[in-house]
Design a protein around this ligand. Sequence first.
Ligand code: HEM
Length: 466
Amino acid sequence: MESRVGEGGSVSQDGTRLEALAPQPLLTRDYERHPAVVYEKLRQQHGPVAPVDLLGVPAWLVLGYREALEVLQDDDGWPKGLENWRARSEGRVPADWPLGPSLEVNHVLIQGGPGYRPLRTAWDAALKPFQDPRNPQAKRLKAAVTAYADELITLVGQGGGTGVADLSAQFSRPLPLMVASHLLGFPGSQGDDALMDMWRVLDAVPDADAALDRLLATLAELAAMKLEKPGDDFPSYLLAAHPDLSLDELARELFMLLGMTSDHVGILMSNTVVEVVSGEGAARASLSAGMVRETMNRVVMRKPPLVNFVPRFAARDTPLGNYTIREGDPVWVSSAAAHADPLFAAHMESGTTISTRAHLSWGAGRRQCPARELASTVAAVGVGRLFERFSRLELALPADQLPWRSSPFMRGLRSLPVRYELASVPERPAEADPAPEAEQPVVPDPSTRQRSSLWRYLTGLIRAGR
Ligand code: HEM
């Protein structure tokens, strides 16, 4: 069978196996700089589903919006779980495959099989107190985000009322890390030192392996502490909802929470700041009308933090796009590419309701993000506070010259250099007033904070930025 696809010519559909298609590497320098161009070339050449090489391992990349939904909404036909991966069972995935470490940690995002359902139910239960705005935990979280944001902004301002800062390193990255520490129920700022290891892991620095070991050990200690003395925090709620979790399993779930919170929420905040300050009149207007969330929704759709999702596997031979995907073949849904699919992009431009409701940035189907409300709240409060405390914020580089960092899964700004001016009197927002039941200290005592390695690192950035 043959089919014409775009202008790139025709592709064979006679059931040629993925391995035999000699797919092109996806993660090239071009991809790092202009992923949209790479996605479009693949779409032209192959249609909505393309074979790609992911650092030496072949996989299918889903570029079509309709096909992405087809996969995401059919968890039985396209289950997660590395045990479903034929090439891996046959020993054809190299032991030193660079993506191995992030996929082989078997937590809720990666897992398939019978263990998944109870785990996901427990996640939903454990997140609920923080996501329902009527709950004291949610109110306390909001007050904490506001207080952390204020701490960070005050630190930036220590060098003077006006100046230059890197809002990624000095605000968008540390803020979610502090929030994660709050969710995890680390006592005081004890978690700060260990949590900085998360950055080392995410940035794949040379000692990332050692950092991962230290981090998992700290999280296992925290898990043991919560088992013995439960608190008002995520680990305690997860354990209550899933008492069968072993401490190792719990530590892996906490690791997952930490990674998602510290990377993706930070990316969303930085992208929202760029959207607002890079001069789009509509964005500024809507922000002043208090609609940070609506702006963020557009941002998360145009620039999804999680650009390619973790793999699913065909449960049986299944036609998808112009190919037949063989049982056990890995399939990566690309939200970034699906949003550029003309079928979806046309709606995005016209600004219809589809632009705000039908995007895939939080996933779709049964396995979509359970923390959407929490992540949006943290990002909205953080960004809102920035625009309250700074009377002027402008990019120190043209928007199209901002440096990006990409991994096979995410895409975000490497740095966000701005020129700022602090408002003369920092106003305390009404929503930061804690409700009576939320009246507990949310910020660690300043002297403990100042001794933490996170704080020393952030203080170093102020001097370096001057
Ligand atoms: C801006 C921030 C975030 C974005 C854009 C985001 C996006 C997503 C997306 C697209 C998925 C689906 C992935 C897939 O189908 O393979 C997902 C799943 C998930 N997210 Fe988020 N997320 C964010 C923040 C968070 C946070 C802060 C947490 C934890 C507190 C979290 C917890 C999870 C979990 C547990 C799953 C797996 C759900 C499952 O497989 O059942 N996410 N997220």
